[in-house]
Unconditional design. Structure first.
Length: 236
């Protein structure tokens, strides 16, 4: 198991002490904070979600792992607070009108901050004109919108139209994400990009602003190993 796999396994186990210990060691040894989150912490949580979908664990296990993941992310943020420097770009972020889901949005914001962007998070249930105002006042290069409900996705299109009406469409790149949207939908409404997860959002923003990218492929723990270790613990 590689160094990120060890962290992911600790998330699956719901072992907060091991998660914090591993995060500290990885960061002190020069690991990429984005990979610590996306491969280790989020990768482990994805495995938990998969196991829950197969009815191999209980909802209580999912809740414990989610809390442990949050503790790990909080530690990464504390340890990676960079000294004041010029940001790679300014991003206005928010969940669209009618939608109050914020977990995915919050994770995107964290990843962007660690990735070197200055993020202005407007929260949830954001009106189109609130997005327009924030982009203008902050002179943002990127507008990132999230939607988890199919009933709210058209508010993304409404926001893009509001940006156009304000004469700012050529000045800002617009990206979307969330369970309710897809790359095809992004193309349909005239967005500049679609991100399927928090890690890819960072890469997408860098690409849109023509910033040189770094990093590699994300991998979580081997699910076969996870299952075997679960069985071994249940037999003891």
């Amino acid at each position: 198991m590689d160094r990120y796999g060890e962290l992911a396994q600790a998330i699956v186990d719901g072992d907060e002490i091991q998660v914090l210990k591993t995060v500290r060691r990885l960061l002190k040894n020069g690991a990429d904070p984005l990979k610590v989150i996306s491969v280790g912490l989020v990768g482990g949580m994805e495995s938990v979600g998969y196991m829950f979908s197969k009815k191999e664990i209980f909802i209580s296990d999912v809740i414990i792992s989610a809390r442990v993941m949050k503790s790990g992310i909080d530690l990464v943020r504390r340890m990676c607070k960079a000294p004041a420097r010029r940001p790679l770009g300014k991003v206005v972020l928010g969940t669209v009108k009618g939608d109050i889901h914020d977990i995915g949005k919050n994770l995107v914001g964290i990843m962007l901050e660690i990735g070197g962007f200055l993020v202005y998070d407007l929260g949830v249930n954001v009106e189109p004109q609130q997005f327009v105002k924030a982009v203008k006042e902050r002179n943002a290069q990127i507008l990132a919108m999230s939607a988890q409900l199919t009933t709210t996705v058209l508010n993304m299109q409404t926001t893009i139209e509001a940006i156009k009406a304000a004469g700012m469409r050529d000045d800002v790149k617009i990206i979307i994400g969330g369970l309710a949207v897809s790359r095809r939908f992004a193309d349909k409404i005239g967005a500049d990009g679609y991100s399927h997860d928090a890690s890819s959002a960072v890469c997408l923003c860098r690409r849109l602003l023509k910033i040189r990218q770094t990093g590699g492929r994300n991998r979580g723990p081997d699910l076969r190993i996870v299952k075997r270790q679960r069985r071994e613990r249940s037999d003891t």
